[in-house]
Ligand binder design. Structure first.
Ligand code: HEM
Length: 466
């Protein structure tokens, strides 16, 4: 019996050795480049029979020796992430490891940081301020508290070193960490490797120091942070290994890299969403006003917002969902790798292919979203003002399935509490005549916000010390 004919995703025109590279040079905004390639090459292909998937929404590229498939429709994305989640659960070789879970109290740690953030903002009255370092500091401190149970004051040299390390890694153009996440980027020139190397050195020294302190203190029964939890797992493994035919091992390096990965995954993502949120609240003052009205009504001025208030503040929650839609921090998710020969839709996918889910396209698909370029938290609310968690299947800010973001719950808690605290106390404004800051993102480790300044003006109730 003849084998069924295989049908592979269409490939971009490709040259020997460099593959499709010429199509990608000169444009580093990859989340935008991929939809434009889809438009350009997709229109050459016939529509797919029996589905409403647009033509060419799945195509392939050859990046040097790497074969990659780009997914641009939610039906294909769901097939990759959910239906065949296990098959596509591979990651390119990057050293990006999965963290262990630890049961830690989060709400009070975030509230403590929110209080300190608000204190900082209060000291900048009547002056324009770049909130990015303040937001970075707050989010970094939450992650520090979860990983090492340490919390830093402003100006602490160890903390400043850590912030600098993070900034260095994120801002290094064409940097190694981006190449780590998207290995195919290594074909582009790498400029600031020296800066990057020194940042990684700072990171390693800090992690080593924390690690030694934790190892020394291990003995008491309490598990206060992720490092404690990992060290305990290591100890249990060592104690039980003599009974196993194939001994398990959690090395010191595994522990250090796991904590480093949590930093990598947990700081820049969350602080970037907060920056996008502030930026959109400046562009849409009526949205900001509605959130404040909701806060005044449900919480008032007598107490601080808490995690348990989330149910009561649907408009704030809807605004956060809309920020995550319109400016997805990971516009291409992280790359997946097919672990076996498989398929997406009617197309054959070979084992080893890298699959990029273009979340930007999913979140801006005109067939799924009414005026997708418009910022409208109302999409996430029904007529009575109750939350709609996912108004379209084309909404996946944290991915889905077996490779879904592990920090989704933590990130949502942080974003909610930080914004609730800020907006309960401050009005975020521009100076009269100050132009609105740009809404275009910059593709990088995350979809970065361009630098901007804002006035965080204490609201009357707080100025008068109510
Ligand atoms: C708003 C903030 C965040 C967003 C939008 C976000 C989004 C994502 C996305 C899209 C992925 C890739 C999913 C895929 O490839 O299918 C991911 C993976 C991951 N995220 Fe997040 N993330 C956020 C915050 C965090 C935080 C706070 C942590 C940890 C503290 C974290 C830990 C991780 C880890 C460990 C992975 C890799 C999971 C795996 O490979 O199995 N993320 N995240």
């Amino acid at each position: 019996k003849a084998e069924p004919r295989r049908k592979y995703p269409r490939s971009l025109p490709s040259l020997p050795i460099i593959g499709s590279l010429l199509h990608l040079t000169g444009n580093c905004q990859f989340h935008l480049l991929f939809p434009s390639l889809q438009k350009k090459y997709g229109s050459l292909y016939p529509p797919q029979r029996g589905t409403h998937i647009t033509e060419g929404s799945l195509y392939s590229l050859q990046m040097g020796s790497q074969y990659m498939v780009v997914v641009n429709h939610y039906l294909h994305a769901k097939e990759v992430l959910l239906k065949k989640g296990k098959t596509f659960a591979g990651r390119p070789h990057t050293g990006f490891t999965q963290p262990q879970r630890a049961k830690l109290t989060i709400g009070p740690r975030v509230c403590r940081e929110a209080a300190s953030l608000c204190e900082s903002l209060s000291s900048f009255q009547d002056a324009l301020l770049d909130m990015a370092p303040e937001l970075n500091r707050a989010v970094t401190n939450v992650v520090c508290s979860l990983c090492f149970n340490s919390c830093y004051r402003r100006g602490d040299p160890e903390f400043e070193a850590m912030l600098q390390y993070n900034e260095g890694i994120v801002n290094t153009v064409g940097q190694k960490s981006l190449v780590d996440i998207f290995p195919w980027l290594q074909v582009f020139p790498n400029k600031d490797l020296a800066l990057l190397r020194s940042c990684i050195e700072v990171r390693d020294q800090l992690l080593q120091k924390k690690f030694k302190e934790h190892k020394k203190a291990l003995g008491s029964d309490s598990v206060n942070d992720l490092m404690d939890a990992l060290l305990r797992v290591q100890l249990n493994m060592e104690n039980n290994n003599s009974q196993l035919a194939l001994p398990l091992e959690l090395t010191d390096d595994h522990i250090l890299m796991t904590v480093a990965d949590i930093f990598g995954a947990g700081v820049e993502t969350t602080s970037t969403v907060l920056k996008w949120a502030v930026l959109y609240l400046l562009h849409y003052p009526e949205v900001q006003r509605k959130i404040r009205e909701e806060l005044d009504q449900k919480i008032g001025f007598e107490r601080h917002p808490q995690l348990s208030d989330r149910q009561q503040l649907p408009y704030l929650e809807a605004t956060i969902s809309e920020v995550l839609r319109i400016r997805p921090v990971s516009p291409l998710l992280l790359p997946h790798v097919a672990l076996t020969d498989t398929s997406i839709g009617e197309y054959t996918i070979r084992k080893g292919a890298q699959v990029l889910v273009n979340l930007w396209s999913l979140h801006h698909d005109e067939k799924e979203w009414d005026k997708p370029e418009e910022f409208n938290p109302g999409r996430f609310l029904d007529e009575e003002g109750n939350r709609i968690y996912s108004p379209s299947p084309s909404y996946l800010p944290f991915g889905a399935g077996s490779r879904v973001c592990l920090g989704e719950a933590l990130a949502k808690m942080e974003i909610f509490l930080f914004l609730a605290w800020i907006l309960q106390r401050f009005t975020l404004e521009l100076l009269p005549g100050q132009p609105l800051p740009a809404l275009e993102g910059k593709f990088g480790v995350v979809l970065q916000v361009q630098q901007f300044k804002v006035m965080a003006r204490l609201r009357a109730a707080w100025r008068d010390g109510v």
